[in-house]
Design a protein around this ligand. Sequence first.
Ligand code: 8Y4
Length: 276
Amino acid sequence: MLLRHARGTLDLTQPVVMGVLNVTPDSFSDGGHYLDPGRALEQGLRLVEEGAQIIDVGGESTRPGATPMDSAVELRRVIPVIRALAQRCPVLISADTSDALVIEQAVDHGAGLINDVRALQKPGALAAAARSGAAVCLMHMRGEPATMQQKIAYESVLAEVRAMLAARMAACVAAGIEAARLCVDPGFGFGKQLAHNLELLRHLSGFAQLGVPIVAGLSRKSMLGALTGRTPTERLAGSVALATIAVLNGARIVRAHDVAATVDAVRVAWAVRGGS
Ligand code: 8Y4
């Protein structure tokens, strides 16, 4: 399985780890650590050394209750980091953004993949992504970060998430983004309760029907708080357990804060799965 992106092709024959590089003052588990571009670059290179094959650079906090952002602020945070990382290192850079202007600039400065928690539904985002030649990760979210944990009800979480992702895939293809550039993500924690998250993970292999790589982001999320009572930085063991299960159930890209430990888990799980 291959993913075409703006700077080449990513081999997903074996699953890979996408390392999280937050350039925000308020992200819920590592906020403010890498707001300075020099420190962010250093952290990005560390994630590559630990074995990340994708670095996901984000400048907007999507924690529950976060307020919407200004694209100028987001640009100022992420573009210097994307540019510096692209100059130093051939790793695939992902821009965690929903903003059309940020999509365009990020790809111009070296990003190859757009990771959009809003699945290209903001004005201009779909067209910007299509023009850029980037790969796109389409994620499911119910509501907006400010409101998404308020009243969550699904008749069938699996069917509803899958139908939404299929509809966004069709919109991308209609806009000129080939299926070979797409991947899908059920969006763990985004407008979902614990039971929904567990059901999505248990049945993750059902998303393989969509015919594109499956992405899973479970690292340090609140479902681990609910299950273990631990704070975000205490959730390494739980995060590694969830990454293992995600790969056993078909994930090809695992988004993680703790890259070295997650790379080991992914290799082990992939071997147990039998390498297919
Ligand atoms: C609830 C819990 C709400 C955690 C937000 C969060 C994902 C992602 C994030 C993901 C993809 C986070 C940018 C970090 N999570 N991208 N981004 N998949 N593709 N937020 O699961 O853990 S934000």
